[in-house]
Design a protein around this ligand. Structure first.
Ligand code: PLP
Length: 350
C-alpha cells in the first residue's frame, strides 16, 4: 500500500506536469507512461502499476551495472532520453534501498539526479532496507534522502511492530492528496463553508489518514511505531540496525573462512547470501548444488534452531538469513553457520 500511495503521487505529478489530471481523467490521459526500475523491483511495485492503470506495459527494466545487483545509471539516463524523444511520458524512477534478495541499495543519488534533471519523480522502495540509513557505515549509500520525492518503508519489518504497518512518506503532501481525492466529502469533520478541519479536544489522539490513504477509516497503525520508539528510542533503533548489519558481516566472515561454504553476495545491509559446497563440487551454477542446498535449508529449518529463508542469486539457490529480529544477536548468526555446516556435512556424507 505504501508503494501504491507513493506511485499514485508520482502518477499525479507526471499528469500535472503535462497539464492533465489523472485522478479525474483516468490514467489514459498520460501518453505512454513509463516507470523505470531494475529487475530487483519487488512484485508489489508491479502490482501498484497495475492498480494505478499504468499497467505492466509501463515498466522499463533498467539493466544492472557490473556488480549485477545495482541499477546501471548510465543505461537509465539513455533509456529515459530515448523514451522522451519517442513521445513517452516518464512517470517515476524507482530506486530500491535494500533489495529483497540480497539487500543491495541502488545508487539513489545518481538516479535522483537523472530523474530530477528531467523533472521526473524519484521514488525509493525502502520497505526492508530504509532503516539501514541509521547506520553511519552505510549511510552514504542512501544519498540525499531529503531530496527524494517519496519513500516506502515498513515499520513492520526492521522495527518489528505488528504486521500491516507500512509507511508512505511523500514530500509534497498536497499533491499526494490530489492523487486520491476528487473534491472533499462534506462530512462532519469539516466546516462546509471553509472546508477546513473542525477542531476538537480529541484531535491530540491523532488524525488518521482520511485523505492520504486508500482506505478512509483505519486502525491507528502509527501508534505501534510511536510505542516502539518510546521503548527503544532512535538510539535503540540505531543500535539494532547496527547489530544486524554486524550479524550479516559475521556470517560473511565465517563463510569466507570455510572452503565448504561459498559467499554468493557480499552483505550490504543485514542480508547475507551463501551456500554449502560439498567437497569436490565446482562452484558453477548447477541443479545438483541447488537441490543440495534446498535440502540443507529444509533440514535446518525443520530442526528449528535457525530459520533462514532462501533466494536465487546469480542463478544459484542460496541460503539467505535476513537479520531483523529484535532479539537476534551475533551468537545467533554464528549458530546459523554451524547449523548449515553440520547439515551440509551430514547430507554429503549420505
Ligand atoms: C523491497 C521490498 N518492497 C516491498 C515489499 C513488500 O512489503 P510487504 O511484505 O510489507 O507487503 C518487500 C517485502 O519483503 C520488500 O522487501
Amino acid at each position: 500500500m505504501a508503494n501504491l500511495i507513493c506511485l499514485g503521487a508520482a502518477r499525479q505529478h507526471a499528469g500535472e506536469r503535462i497539464g492533465v489530471n489523472p485522478t479525474e481523467q483516468g490514467a489514459g490521459c498520460i501518453p505512454q507512461p513509463r516507470v523505470y526500475a531494475t529487475a530487483s523491483l519487488h512484485d508489489v511495485g508491479v502490482r501498484a502499476l497495475s492498480v494505478l492503470g499504468l499497467g505492466a506495459v509501463a515498466m522499463r527494466t533498467v539493466p544492472m551495472d557490473a556488480s549485477r545487483r545495482r541499477a546501471d545509471s548510465e543505461a537509465l539516463e539513455r533509456m529515459i532520453d530515448a523514451d522522451i524523444a519517442a513521445g513517452c511520458t516518464p512517470v517515476a524512477v524507482i530506486a530500491t534501498a535494500g533489495d529483497v534478495r540480497t539487500g543491495t541499495v541502488d545508487p539513489v543519488d545518481r538516479m535522483l539526479r537523472i530523474a530530477h534533471d528531467r523533472g521526473v519523480w524519484l521514488h525509493v522502495d525502502g520497505a526492508y532496507g530504509g532503516f539501514g540509513v541509521l547506520d553511519e557505515r552505510v549511510r552514504s549509500l542512501y544519498g540525499d534522502m531529503g531530496a527524494i520525492d517519496s519513500l516506502a518503508v515498513d515499520p513492520h519489518k526492521w522495527m518489528a511492530v505488528p504486521l500491516g504497518c507500512g509507511a508512505a512518506i511523500v514530500r509534497d503532501g498536497a499533491l499526494q492528496q490530489r492523487s486520491l481525492v476528487i473534491g472533499r466529502p462534506d462530512f462532519h469533520h469539516f466546516d462546509p463553508a471553509t472546508r477546513a478541519d473542525v477542531g476538537s479536544p480529541f484531535d491530540e489522539f491523532g488524525e488518521g489518514s482520511l485523505y492520504s490513504s486508500v482506505d478512509f477509516s483505519a486502525r491507528s497503525r502509527s501508534l505501534t511505531v510511536w510505542a516502539a520508539l518510546k521503548e527503544i528510542g532512535m538510539d535503540g533503533m540505531r543500535a539494532r540496525v547496527r547489530r544486524h548489519l554486524d550479524c550479516a558481516r559475521r556470517v560473511a566472515e565465517l563463510v569466507r573462512m570455510n572452503d565448504r561454504l561459498e559467499l554468493v553476495a557480499e552483505p550490504e545491509l543485514s542480508i547475507c547470501c551463501f551456500r554449502y559446497i560439498p567437497a569436490g563440487s565446482s562452484r558453477e551454477p548447477s541443479t545438483v548444488l541447488d537441490k543440495f542446498n534446498e535440502a540443507v535449508l529444509k533440514g535446518i529449518r525443520a530442526r528449528g534452531l535457525s530459520v533462514p529463508s532462501s533466494a536465487v542469486v546469480d542463478e544459484k539457490f542460496v541460503i539467505r538469513p535476513a537479520f531483523v529480529g529484535p532479539n537476534t544477536e551475533i551468537a545467533d548468526a554464528e549458530l546459523l553457520v554451524r547449523e548449515v555446516l553440520a547439515m551440509g556435512d551430514q547430507l554429503s556424507a549420505r
